[in-house]
Structures are given as C-alpha cells and as structure tokens.
Design a protein around this ligand. Sequence first.
Ligand code: NAD
Length: 512
Amino acid sequence: MSKVSGMSIISVESVLEPQDALDIVSKTRQEFNTGVTRSYEFRAKQLKNLERFLRENEQEIADALYLDFRKPPHETYTLEVDVILGSVKNTLKHLKEWMCPEKPSKGLINILDQVRIYSDPLGVVLVIGAWNYPIYLTLGPLIGAIAGGNCCIIKPSEIARHTAQLLYNKLPQYLDKSCFLVFLGGIPETTDLLNQRFDYVFFTGSPQVGRIVYCAAANNLTPCTLELGGKCPTYIDETADIRTATRRILWGKLVNCGQTCVAPDYVLCNKLVEEKFIHHANILLKEFYGDDIKESKDFARIIGSKYFHRLTNLIRNAKVAIGGETNAENLYISPTILIDVKPEDEVMKEEIFGPILPILTINDPEEAIKFINQRDKPLAMYIFTMKRLVQDLFLNGTSCGGVCVNDTLVHLAVENLPFGGVGNSGMGSYHGKNSFDTFVHKKSVLFKNVSVLGEKSQEARYPPYQKFKTTLIRFALQNLTRPVDFSATLPFLMFIFGIFVTIMYYQLNFNY
Ligand code: NAD
C-alpha cells in the first residue's frame, strides 16, 4: 500500500487474470447445487463477514472513491458504507423470520389443510453495478442475494476502476469464495457474462444498457430487476419554505457532483419562485463550499472526460444564472443553474447526471403535471409545497418510481420503502424485505389433510359425477376458497353442514 497526500491508496493491478465467464458460472452453479447457501447459519455468516469487510476497509473504500472521482469521504461513509451497514443489520435482524415459510390465510375449503409459501433461493444470480455509487449499487443487491440463499457473481462498473479493483481484491477475503465472486470487465466481458444462464439478473445502469441486459436475459428466460435512470422532476410552489427547499434541492443535486440517479434533474416553478430560488442558491452555495468551490474538499468531480464533455455541451448555449465554470484538466464543473430553459433544449433531452440544474417556468401544478406526463416515467419526483391538495394532485396524477415531498433523495434511506423505477426508469425494486423477496422464488405448497374426514370432504370432486356433487363443489369453489374472516361464519357453518350431508349421503348409500 502506498501513501499519497496522507491517504492510503490501494494498489491497482493493470493486468488481471482473464476470467472465463462460462467456467465461473458453471463452477458457481455446482456449488449452489450442493445446497451450502441454504442454511440460516451460512447466510448469517456471510452477512456478518460483509459487515466486517465494510468496517475493516472503510478507509480504503473512501480512498478508492476519492481516486475515482474525488468523492468526499463524508459522502462515501454516509451514502455508501453506512447505508449498507444499516441494511446488513436490518437483514440480520429479520432474516430468520423472512426465511420461515409464510402462512397465508386460507379459505374454508382448505380448513383442514396447511397452506404455505416457501421462499426458495433462485440459484446463481448476477449483480451488475453502475459506477456512481459503486459500493452501494453492488453490495446493496448482494445483501438480498445472500439473504435469499443464492450464489452471486458481482460485476462492478469498470468506470470506477479503483473501487472495482478494491472489491475484486478484498471481498474474497471475507465471503465464501466458491459462492460469491467479483468479475471485472467492461462491455466485452459483461457481454460474455450475459451470454451465460443465470437464475436472476439485477442490473443498475442506464436505460440504454438496460435494454441490452433485458434482451440478453430474455434469451435464457431469466427474470430481471432493472434499476435505471431518467430525468427526475422537481416542483416548487410559493407555499414552500423556499430557503429550505433550495437547500434540500441543491444538496440532492450536488452530492456526488450530481452523478446520482435520483438527483433532481430539473425544476418546474413560476418566475417569482425562481427569483427567490436563485437568491437563496447564491447564498447557500457559499455556505456549502466557501468562496471558491474548486478548492472545496466537499465537492466531487466528473468521473471522466467523455462525461465532462457531454455535460459542458449542455451549458454551451444556455442562459446561466449561477456557475457555468468548467475545467477539463480537473474534470471540474461548478454548480450551475440555468434559467429560461425551453423543453426542446439539449439539457432537457437526456438525464443530466452532473451538477447542472435547469429551471423551466410553469404557472400552475396542472401545467407541471402535464409536462411530466408527456415524458418518460421518472425514477423519483420531488414536490415542494405545503398544500396537501397540490401534493395529492401530483401523487394521483403522475407515475414514477417514488416520491419525496418537501425533500430530495432521502426517501431511499427508508428501509421499508421499496426502491425502484417504472417504465423507462426500470422494473422491480429492492431495499429491506423487498431485497429478500427479489432474490427468492415464492414457492406455493399445499399440505393436504389425509384423515378420514379430510378425504370425505373431498368426495364431491371424484367421479362418478352427479348433480348433487356438482352443486356442492360449485358452491364450495364459489364461496369457500376466499380467505376466512369473521364475516365468513355463515359459509363456514354451511361448509360443515355440507360435509355432514356428504358423509350422511355416502353412509346411507353404503348401508343399502
Ligand atoms: P451504464 O449503463 O453505462 O453501465 C452500467 C453497467 O453496465 C456497468 O457495469 C457496465 O460495465 C455495464 N455495461 C455498459 N455497457 C454495456 C453493454 N453494452 N453491454 C453490457 N454491459 C454494459 O451506466 P453507468 O454509466 O455506470 O451509470 C449511470 C446510469 O445508471 C444513469 O443512467 C443512472 O441514472 C443509472 N443509475 C441508476 C440507479 C438506480 O438505482 N436506479 C443507480 C445508479 C445509477
């Protein structure tokens, strides 16, 4: 380990052993088939080891992310390490309960039987991560994969290469090496991997690559979660506390240098609100980063020059109200607010994914809702208003992955809220129990009663069919298959009466 500017830096091996996708997947499948991942003890041990990996390597993780795009350690600890630690803890706390077969309520027709839902491990799953939160986006889904009793191949993004390398070097020292593997590579290697048969693919990345992954998975009929991106709208009206709103929006936009899938992408508000927003933004940016933002240690950089040039093109001909400063050498773009933006402007055509915030003028919530509904369904939406009526207008009048009212981003930290997109922003969700449920198959099991009474109660379904039997079974199917509640007392008594009549009928027939 070498030292640079007082920080310990992980060594980066430029040449890796070539990894054979077919070989890796088939060996991992053999391991899964031994059943080793199924027990509670194994899963809990791996989760505890994952926790140990994070605790023992948090400094190295922060160093790697600093090297990747100068991510401030505060952001690494809070938004990468701690959220995952919290999630591991929550999973360990509930794992036994989640693993237990569920006992759904049953209808009277099954009153003598046992009805269960088993959470079956899926097998060998693939987790493909994006570069912008390279720890959170790989280890987050991994928690669900381990909890679900699966083997997992983790493919971090090659773009955040220091962090990918750290995962490759260190994770096998903590997790079972035969069941959990880190696979490094870019497009060709990921394509190789996607040509293999997995039991589940969990992908985080752009909608463009999401389509490629979905097609590849379809070839093997492999189910997928696609955690994608898009443009997340933010609405502010005059009833909001504009200073607080501006502070929360700027934080959500500028954390990770705007390279966050749920960052507020653009603002919709009227001219009066816009003026106040710009006024507060000028003051708040100084509070956040001091007089010279370039010198602030709390503001990250753009991940690479290709990304930097795409972003600088977006502001080239725009009307800049704040910021607009760029430096290609440092991959620096200052927090930039654009005004008088038109829907057809370049900046409104694709997800921005950088520290640029366009403001579009709208006059009322209805106009904002119409604007949002004319575009792809976003991953997140932010509504800043104190009017419940307006909040409801957005909640009931738009479709998106998730909503945070009067704040940005922090809905992701609520472990029991499913996180995922809809339409172009993705499919499936995770976090908390949703992660566990994502990585298991809900297997239905019916244990039928075989007692004399149990068999007698089934007489009506066996040939020879008779009118009486048909009436009885049709009544049972129409009325007694629904879950029992107190209002079902009458059908229950009728059901018992039905059984009694059936028994009597066969008893009498038998005696003759
Ligand atoms: P990306 O789609 O370019 O890459 C994601 C992963 O796919 C990487 O591991 C990469 O190696 C792999 N990949 C890239 N091209 C591929 C190809 N042609 N074939 C097979 N694999 C390929 O995304 P990114 O640049 O890493 O991340 C940014 C995007 O991810 C943004 O759109 C952002 O909104 C989205 N994102 C979504 C979430 C979420 O939770 N919904 C989180 C973070 C980022």
